[in-house]
Design a protein around this ligand. Structure first.
Ligand SMILES: O=P(O)(O)O[C@H]1O[C@H](CO)[C@@H](O)[C@H]1O
Length: 277
């Protein structure tokens, strides 16, 4: 109610901006800003590169809302707060959520600067009991046992790959994202393990949000920017750090904005609602 009292825009598409990836808000037409701190109960990010505002506006010919800044579990927030925005989006009538993140490349398939469309994820903490759907379930908001067979909408993934091809972006492909809570970056042995279990990239976000968004029936598209290669050799002098993550995000933000703009243009919302999803 608070959000709708502040803007007359009624988007059906939401975009979640990963670390340093909030630049897309700068290309929206007729932007209207709402600070997280003014929205009742909305959690505020404490991480550099996560601004803390909802930005409404037009991307091409479609209304969108961008979430510039997200909270992560490692900030000490419970998962219901980490995923709170998904519930807000659902009650606003959002049908499609595009989630971006900065991630470390795990296997040979990824290199710095690649944009990887999430084909699937491994919810490592979720498998061990740290899942945003743990707790009493209110059937009005989704099933007790949520299936996660196709978390990342096939039609949206195909659109993303087609748009990348049309734009001759040869650094875009599909991959599997592994969620770990953080805030520690991975040890070399952990990187070897992540590779072994089938991950292409690793990060500290996105998956809890996607689990809740799917529980609410919203269609999801995930895009990882590979900001660094995870280090899987012992005694390396190279160390991953958040500054390098933000620097790479800055360098690639134009390409990511272009890709998202094309994807949003190509999304057919009529078809989405006709499928009842
Ligand atoms: O996933 P986003 O929010 O893009 O942020 C990524 O960047 C931070 C590490 O540099 C971690 O929070 C990781 O998850």
């Amino acid at each position: 109610d608070y959000i709708f009292s502040k803007t007359a825009q009624r988007p059906k598409i939401a975009i979640v901006c990963g670390s340093g990836l909030g630049g897309i808000t700068g290309i929206l037409k007729d932007p209207e800003l709402i600070s997280y701190k003014d929205i009742p109960n909305f959690p505020i990010s404490s991480v550099p590169g996560h601004a803390g505002k909802l930005v409404f506006g037009k991307l091409g010919n479609k209304d969108v809302v961008c979430m510039s800044g997200r909270v992560h579990a490692y900030e000490g927030q419970p998962l219901w707060k980490v995923t709170f925005a998904m519930r807000v989006f659902d009650s606003m009538g959002i049908k499609v959520v595009i989630l971006t993140n900065a991630a470390g490349g795990v296997g040979e398939k990824t290199k710095e600067g690649d944009l990887i469309i999430l084909k699937d994820h491994i919810n490592l903490p979720g498998l061990c009991g740290f899942n945003p759907l743990v707790g009493l379930n209110d059937e009005r908001f989704g099933a007790r046992f949520q299936e996660t067979t196709v978390c990342y909408d096939k039609e949206l993934r195909d659109i993303a790959l087609k748009m990348a091809k049309d734009c001759k972006m040869d650094f875009v492909c599909e991959g599997v994202y592994i969620y770990q809570v953080g805030p520690t970056f991975e040890s070399p042995s952990e990187v070897k393990f992540l590779k072994l279990i089938g991950g292409d990239m690793v990060g500290m976000s996105t998956v809890p949000e996607v689990v809740v968004a799917r529980h609410r029936g919203m269609r999801c598209l995930g895009i990882s920017l590979i900001t660094n290669k995870c280090i899987d050799v012992f005694d390396s002098n190279k160390k991953p750090n958040h500054e390098e993550v933000l620097e790479l995000s800055k360098q690639r933000s134009c390409e990511l904005q272009k890709l998202i703009s094309k994807i949003v243009d190509a999304i057919s919302l009529e078809q989405a609602s006709a499928c009842g999803i």
